[in-house]
Design a protein around this ligand. Structure first.
Ligand SMILES: [Zn+2]
Length: 436
């Protein structure tokens, strides 16, 4: 894809030397648009200039195109930053029932299709919190296959019997560091330190640990606290020495508090958070990455194990209360979905589910500028540049939407009909504009 584009530009610049002089690759002016810059609606008729893979100019008033610059007339449509999903599992796209046939090639084939589908749902950046590694992320960056840019944790770190220990009761004990469904079993500070360093060596943008029970794992009840302060601290040490941070899967106030006190910067899920643990998150300037849609989808799902259904009910009911507390305590609330197996198609339903607690503007900020701040936590390991905002120097990841979703957030739930243009890195991925 990338190669085709650069080849055609080379051809153009041979035919029209002025093109090469005046307009760099992907020089595009998007005009006559409402602009939501990731924070607020800043104009009802502005323009954005893109050069190469970056935004170079944002104008609150109409702008004229330069020579050789491609013009997109937005006709009054709504322009916003490409969406960021801060909690996904791109490579867990195979159904629960197919687990026994999930070889690495099968997993990858389904992950490739899943990545493209995410991009077409408007997600230009995703943060993969377990299961995806440098292979898929690099293949997308190199233009071999379409998808969002992926900031990945790699394999997650779990204790024996922890949330990512998927062994059944009759499965034998395993040596540490054995790969299982995108996780490493590591116990004790020394093993955790080594496992974290191994993931960083393999290019992970951050480290993910499991600090408490979870829904999809068979043995650990939700209330269980996992890892000691010393073990989580070992992961934090490895991550901070490498210039990045640790994310922790945690539902209960006990697990959330343990993780935050040990130096974790993002709490994943946080369903059962209470006021003191929410205040601690605020005090530590940590992000909480809630996700409603996966619990909603699991609740609808059929043929799932009984343990999963039971744990999911508690998690779903707790989430509504958790979201209200997070909002009242003014914690940094990211936008995540956490869909797994064959449920990814529901990704944009998260916008609608959140509207029970948040305004349309709040949800759009979560999925753009707030998540952009979270992505930036990876520091030097985030080699992808600034995302989630429309401003000079940010990545040219843009959505041109048929109607203003601030007033009607349901617009976001139907990307196929409503997202007229999807641009990633200055390249148009989709253009379905109709005359208006
Ligand atoms: Zn997850």
């Amino acid at each position: 894809m990338v190669r085709l584009v650069s080849a055609s530009l080379l051809f153009l610049s041979m035919l029209f030397p002025a093109y090469a002089e005046n307009a760099p690759p992907n020089a595009t002016l998007i005009k006559n648009v409402q602009i939501f810059d990731g924070h607020d609606l800043i104009t009802s008729n502005g323009a954005v200039r893109v050069s190469g893979s970056e935004i170079v100019e944002v104008s609150l008033r109409p702008l004229a195109a330069k020579a050789g610059e491609k013009t997109i007339n937005g006709d009054g449509r709504f322009l916003m930053p490409g969406l960021i999903d801060a909690h996904v599992h791109v490579s867990w796209a195979y159904p629960f029932s197919k687990r026994s046939q999930a070889s690495e090639t099968y997993i990858t084939a389904l992950a490739v299709a899943n990545a493209e589908a995410m991009l077409l749902r408007g997600f230009t950046t995703v943060r993969d919190t377990g299961g995806t590694d440098f292979g898929l992320a690099t293949a997308i960056n190199e233009g071999y296959t379409p998808g969002p840019r992926i900031v990945f944790a790699g394999r997650t770190l779990t204790q024996t019997g922890g949330h990512a220990d998927y062994r059944g009761l009759s499965d034998p004990p395993e040596p540490a560091s054995r790969f299982r469904f995108g996780a490493v079993i590591a116990d004790g500070e020394a093993q955790v330190l080594q496992a974290a360093r191994e993931e960083l060596r393999r290019g992970s943008g951050f480290i993910k640990v499991h600090a408490g029970g979870g829904v999809s794992s068979p043995q650990d009840p939700l209330h269980v606290v996992q890892y000691s302060a010393g073990e989580i601290g070992a992961a934090v040490l490895a991550a901070e020495n490498w210039g990045t941070y640790v994310a922790a899967h945690a539902y209960t106030p006990q697990a959330i508090t343990l993780a935050l006190e040990a130096g974790v910067k993002t709490i994943e899920h946080g369903n059962l958070i209470d006021r003191p643990s929410a205040r601690l998150a605020k005090e530590k300037d940590a992000y909480v990455v809630p996700n409603v849609v996966t619990y909603w989808a699991l609740d609808q799902g059929e043929g799932l194990p009984a343990y999963l259904k039971e744990k999911n009910k508690i998690a779903l009911e707790g989430m509504w209360n958790g979201l209200a507390i997070l909002k009242e305590e003014n914690v940094k609330i990211a936008f995540g979905t956490d869909l797994i197996a064959d449920m990814h198609a529901h990704q944009n339903r998260e916008f609608i589910l959140r509207s029970r607690v948040f305004t349309g503007l709040e949800i759009l900020r979560q999925a753009t500028s707030v998540n952009g701040g979270l992505i930036a936590l990876s520091g030097p390991l985030n080699a992808y540049g600034k995302v989630g905002v429309i401003e000079p120097g940010a990545k040219a990841d843009l959505l041109l939407i048929e109607r203003n979703p601030i007033d009607d957030i349901t617009v976001m739930a139907e990307p196929e009909a409503n997202f007229a243009i999807i641009m990633k890195d200055g390249e148009i991925v989709k253009d379905s504009r109709r005359a208006r």
